[in-house]
Design a protein around this ligand. Structure first.
Ligand SMILES: [Zn+2]
Length: 151
């Protein structure tokens, strides 16, 4: 099981594209498709079934804020995305802190012909992209109206 960077704000600060009271949206450091982001609770939990009612509402709110922007930026025409999480020790989970992958999908993405590999590549931390993350994070912060100093 990999280390848990998600409890350390300073380790993930450069990846944050948006945050709410209880959640972060991060750009994945090993994106398998353009716009590959994560939504995760600030609180260290392993299972979404542990969400309080307030966290459940906040989770829905941040998903509805962030996902449309990712679609607009990376899947404008296709309006397609995968939303996935590995929960529990036998799920293929790699980081021991609950997180949801948002994978904007495009008809040109390399997974169209081998869709199941997208999950293997996530599980193996195998990025298919050499991407300027700083640039993407900057672009998405702007699109989401987020600046790290505001919190
Ligand atoms: Zn944690």
């Amino acid at each position: 099981m990999g280390a848990d960077p998600f409890c350390s704000r300073e380790k993930i600060e450069h990846q944050i594209i948006y945050e709410s009271r209880h959640f972060y949206a991060l750009y994945d450091i090993r994106p398998v498709v353009p716009g590959h982001c994560l939504i995760l609770p600030k609180r260290h939990i392993l299972d979404m079934l542990e969400f309080s009612d307030e966290e459940t509402a906040d989770f829905q709110a941040i998903a509805k804020k962030v996902i449309p922007v990712l679609i607009e930026q990376y899947s404008k025409e296709e309006k397609s995305y995968d939303f996935t999480s590995q929960i529990g020790p036998y799920s293929g989970r790699t980081v021991n802190h609950l997180h949801f992958h948002v994978l904007p999908r495009s008809k040109k993405d390399e997974y169209q012909k081998r869709n199941v590999h997208i999950y293997l590549d996530i599980e193996n931390n195998r990025s298919s992209l050499l991407l300027n993350i700083r640039e993407e994070v900057g672009r998405l912060r702007k699109a989401l109206g987020y600046s790290p100093a505001q919190k």
